[in-house]
Design a protein around this ligand. Structure first.
Ligand SMILES: *Cc1c(COP(=O)(O)O)cnc(C)c1O
Length: 387
């Protein structure tokens, strides 16, 4: 390689000595699985969202959380759940776990979030829920989605894997009027626990069901009420539940990451604004800013080649790679994945906006630990490749 600069990945977690110390403390404590730190993480997460009355439940992935959410809502065989084709397969697969059908729809070409009119057009008598994805950290059009759900008697489960923290209409994602919201703490998300997620709801009955199903269908409250009489080894299984609990080791990382989240957000906002300024003159479609002062979590910075650009998406990725810069593509739309394509006989022409975005898009490095100098390298490489 001609340059001696180290490879710049497209994402990296920022883990400091504080996270390491907190994990060591957990290891020394003897309590490794779900315990006091998982509980504290849930309490502090609710406080971060600004509503201590929210039910927050730690889980071992957002995928697990989405599964629990749909299960609690009673989604099952014969039901349909609408979501965007422009997402990670986790959003859609959880519907299939429950034997229901996933109905994929196209995106809005500006925001890359679910097209609400396409969602509305896909509603049938079997439709039970919609799962919007806040693509890249920009909230989907929640006002329209919530109105649609209200009008048609549908449930809303937000896939907020990218949206910690983000706002919609001035309200924090996780505190809106949807039924359940699910966050991810996967290694490349805005905060991480290695693997993990958080399920959030205002509804006590849904929270209770998800709590029980999170850990083998064991109902603790059934005997907590009679704790004085029941021996400590006693428990009752009321359903064939799952093993989706968050460990205290993971929660230890999350507790510290949460204290840094404000700073992380500011850094992401700063880097995004810097990209906006530096890339404005290039033949690119830059990511949309939120309307009316809403907060964008800037989990991703996704550029799209304008039609006048003289290179293809793959050539651009190659040019950046030759300069030691990592990229990704979010996403190969689900309608192009063999399972989804074949199962529902999908074709690219059915999703023109998602498909066009896919063919022109590149996610460029955006993470809190990257320096301004790292970013300058990306900017210079893009100017060289596209200028
Ligand atoms: C990361 C991600 C998920 C899955 O999160 P996990 O915590 O890895 O299960 C789901 N949906 C979207 C949009 C994601 O980006």
């Amino acid at each position: 390689m001609s340059n001696q600069l180290p490879f710049l990945p497209f994402a990296l977690p920022e883990i400091g000595e504080e996270e390491i110390a907190e994990v060591v403390d957990t290891l020394r404590s003897g309590w490794l699985t779900t315990g006091p730190k998982a509980k504290r993480f849930e309490v502090e997460f609710a406080a971060f969202l600004g509503d201590p009355a929210l039910h927050c439940m730690g889980v071992n992935s957002a995928t697990a959380g989405l599964h629990l959410a749909l299960e609690a809502l009673g989604i099952g065989p014969g039901d349909e759940v609408i979501t965007t084709t422009h997402t990670f397969t986790a959003t859609a697969e959880v519907v299939r776990y429950l034997g229901a059908d996933t109905v994929l729809v196209d995106i809005d070409p500006d925001t890359l979030c679910i097209d609400v009119s396409a969602a509305e057009a896909a509603i049938t008598p079997r439709t039970k829920a919609i799962i919007p994805v806040h693509f890249g950290g920009l909230a989907a059009d929640m006002q329209s989605l919530l109105a649609l759900a209200e009008r048609c008697g549908l449930k809303i489960v937000e896939d907020a894997a990218h949206a910690l923290p983000a706002t919609s209409g001035g309200r924090v994602i996780g505190t809106l009027g949807s039924d359940i919201t699910v966050f991810s703490f996967y290694a490349n998300k805005t905060i991480t626990t290695g693997e993990g997620g958080m399920v959030v709801t205002r509804d006590s009955a849904l929270a209770e069901r998800m709590k029980v199903m999170r850990l083998h269908g064991i109902n603790r409250d059934a005997f907590d009420r009679f704790r004085s009489k029941a021996p400590s080894w006693y428990y009752e299984v009321i359903a064939p539940g799952f093993k989706y609990n968050l460990t205290d080791i993971a929660a230890a990382i999350g507790l510290v990451q949460l204290t840094k989240l404000r700073r992380f957000l500011e850094r992401r906002q700063y880097l995004a604004a810097r990209y906006h300024d530096a890339l404005r003159s290039l033949p690119l479609i830059l990511p949309a800013n939120p309307s009316n002062g809403d907060v964008h979590a800037w989990h991703l910075y996704v550029i799209r080649l304008a039609s006048v650009a003289k290179v293809t998406r793959d050539e651009l990725i190659q040019a950046l790679s030759e300069r030691g810069i990592g990229t990704s593509v979010h996403y190969i739309p689900l309608h192009r994945q063999p399972y989804w394509r074949d199962r529902y006989r999908l074709a690219p022409e059915m999703f023109p906006h998602s498909d066009a975005a896919y063919q022109s898009m590149v996610s460029i490095p955006l993470f809190t630990a990257m320096t301004d100098g790292d970013q300058d390298r990306v900017i210079a490489a893009l100017h060289e490749a596209l200028g």
